[in-house]
Design a protein around this ligand. Structure first.
Ligand code: ADP
Length: 566
């Protein structure tokens, strides 16, 4: 470090270039990378399956998250190592593509890395390992296709879909697990109400998952519409509006103000007269716009001018105009003062104020309304429509929410989660996200494989058989890595991993039945078909493909150059 001065005499510090960089090469680099990847996988391994443990993570600003979801655990962990970051990315990609199986994919990648480490120690070249893994993954994906079954469901019989979502929810946090049946039903109903079964398409954006502190998890409900965390602007306004026609406004509920400031000097009577005439003309124009005025009501005719009354009358006119257009509810991005609020209540036009931009857009999309930036532009076609708008209050708290249900334009639904604490609500949100994704994946592609490690064991047997035909150790290593998923499930459920695995494996071979897995919940049978534990085929295939891809990537790195600490 040196101190120098520039041409103006200002001091500055020169830091010497960090010429001492740490560098790892060849096998050293591969081993370091593998152990970083394995370390991440080890953390998630204990979270896998229905008896998996939860993790508690504290963020730098003190927020605590308790979760069982692989993607979330990794997201919240502050990992520094580049390879560990790759594993985080891996879990994120699985979450992005499939939405479930985020723990499994990392456990699988960790197992592949572990096997690769043994092979490297035996002097096998990393490229050979990568090629072997590639081939084995292809055999695996094909075999999955072979053992997959079609899963039939109809909108009238949602039970099979509910069962699948229950499998997903059963491996979540204990509190979620307890309510898995109602939560699975809610998730399936939500997905079916936004699904296009003919095109096999589900737009999950139409499902909003909201949570509010208080109540029990059992109080979680599905709302056929949207919720807004707001209440009516006046306590005496009606709490329920049937067949609501909604004016969605981004202008404040007050007469328009000029955008620029002007200074007017009035020093003669004539100038005052002209100003007054102009203001009256403006008012008249405004009145012209109100159809109500022509039908003979209220304010028209004689009026005298004072600025205050001018303001008040404009407000009344605006309000009547809005009502005349047909609106029975006003939703406003901005606020309005007490006078306007009182007037709205008085004229029986319920209103909601300070609604955020995002919510406003959502309301507009759902109700088929237009967001109107100026009163003058309001027309009957621009009003949004909803079958029922109601304000709901919770318990003894002053908390109120607005439910906008049976909207005209959209099938958008909201899953409204209740729970005793924030962490629980957040974890339920994540679990429901997984359940929604599973239901969506099944609608898109209704092929399934059985869970509880049965698919992995069956694939392991198939890959092992292929290894006999192809030379090289990597394919066999891949088969061993596949075994680590059922082993982790057994270990997490308090069973002897190796004994349980070999028993199930020989059972599968003997009976030629790929449905035997790990009986994690001690149900009494390890036939996963009987237990109704299954996962989507595309989710399982994606896990294998993504895990292989990332492991190949890690194996191909033979030089790690990083700045040394000084
Ligand atoms: P992921 O985030 O990868 O979905 P989970 O913790 O949800 O991880 O665990 C999923 C694994 O648990 C899958 O292999 C699945 O087959 C298995 N599993 C889920 N429910 C059961 C069950 N009731 N019995 C046995 N295995 C189960």
């Amino acid at each position: 470090m040196a101190l120098a001065f520039d041409e103006y005499g200002r001091p500055f510090i020169i830091l010497k270039e960090q010429d001492q960089k740490t560098r790892l090469r060849g096998i050293e680099a591969q081993k370091a990378n593998i152990s970083a990847g394995k370390a991440v996988a080890r953390i998630l391994r204990t979270s896998l399956g229905p008896k998996g443990m939860d993790k508690m993570l504290q963020s730098p600003d003190g927020d605590v998250t308790i979760t069982n979801d692989g993607a979330t655990i990794l997201e919240q962990m502050d990992v520094d190592n580049q390879i560990a970051k790759l594993m985080v990315e891996l879990s994120r990609s699985q979450d992005y593509e499939i939405g479930d199986g985020t723990t499994g994919v990392v456990v699988m990648a960790g197992a592949l890395l572990e096997q690769a480490e043994h092979l490297l120690e035996r002097g096998i070249h990393p490229i050979r390992i990568a090629e072997g893994y590639e081939m084995a993954s292809r055999i695996d994906v094909e075999h999955l296709e072979h053992i997959a079954q079609k899963f039939d469901f109809a909108p009238t019989n949602i039970e099979p879909l509910v069962q699948t979502c229950m499998t997903t929810l059963s491996s979540k946090m204990q509190v979620v697990n307890r309510c898995k049946r109602p939560l699975a039903e809610i998730s399936v109903k939500a997905v079916l109400s936004v699904a296009d079964l003919e095109r096999k398409d589900v737009n999950l954006d139409l499902i909003k998952v909201e949570g509010k502190l208080g109540g029990k998890l059992e109080d979680t409900e599905l709302i056929y519409g949207i919720t807004v965390d707001k209440d009516m602007s006046h306590p005496q306004m009606p709490k329920q509006i049937q067949d609501a026609k909604i004016a969605i406004l981004t202008c404040p509920f007050e007469p328009p103000k000029p955008k620029t400031k002007h200074k007017v000097d009035i020093d003669t009577v004539e100038k005052f007269q002209t100003l007054r005439q102009q203001e009256q003309k403006y008012f008249d124009d405004m009145v012209q716009k109100c159809k109500w005025f022509f039908s003979g009501g209220g304010v028209g005719g004689r009026y005298w001018y004072t600025p205050l009354q001018f303001w008040g009358r404009q407000l009344v006119l605006i309000l009547m105009f809005v009502q005349d257009v047909g609106a029975t509810l006003v939703i406003c991005q901005w606020g309005f003062d007490d006078e306007a609020n009182h007037l709205l209540m008085h004229r029986n036009l319920p209103a909601v104020r300070w609604v955020g931009g995002v919510e406003l857009e959502l309301i507009a999309i759902a109700t088929g309304g237009r967001i109107v930036p100026r009163f003058q532009e309001l027309t009957p076609e621009k009003l949004g429509r909803a079958g029922l708008v109601r304000e709901k209050s919770f318990g003894t708290t002053k908390d109120k929410m607005l439910y906008i249900e049976h909207c005209a334009n959209s099938r958008a639904v909201t899953i409204f989660i209740r729970g005793g604490n924030k962490m629980m609500i957040e974890e339920t949100k994540r679990s429901i996200h997984d359940a929604l994704c599973v239901a969506r994946n099944l609608i898109r592609n209704n092929s399934i494989v059985y869970g509880g490690g049965s698919a992995e064991i069956s694939c392991s047997i198939a890959v092992e058989a292929a290894a006999d035909k192809h030379p090289g150790y990597a394919i066999r290593a891949f088969a061993d890595a596949l075994d680590s998923v059922p082993m982790a499930l057994a270990e997490n459920s308090g069973l002897q991993p190796i004994e349980t695995l070999s028993a199930v494996k020989s059972q599968q071979i003997k009976e030629n039945n790929p449905h035997f897995g790990i009986d994690c919940n001690d149900v009494g049978t390890n036939d996963m078909r009987e237990q109704n534990v299954f996962e989507t085929l595309i989710g399982k295939q994606q896990q294998i493909l993504l895990a292989t891809q990332v492991v190949k990537m890690i194996l191909k790195i033979d030089d790690v150059i990083s700045p040394s600490d000084f």
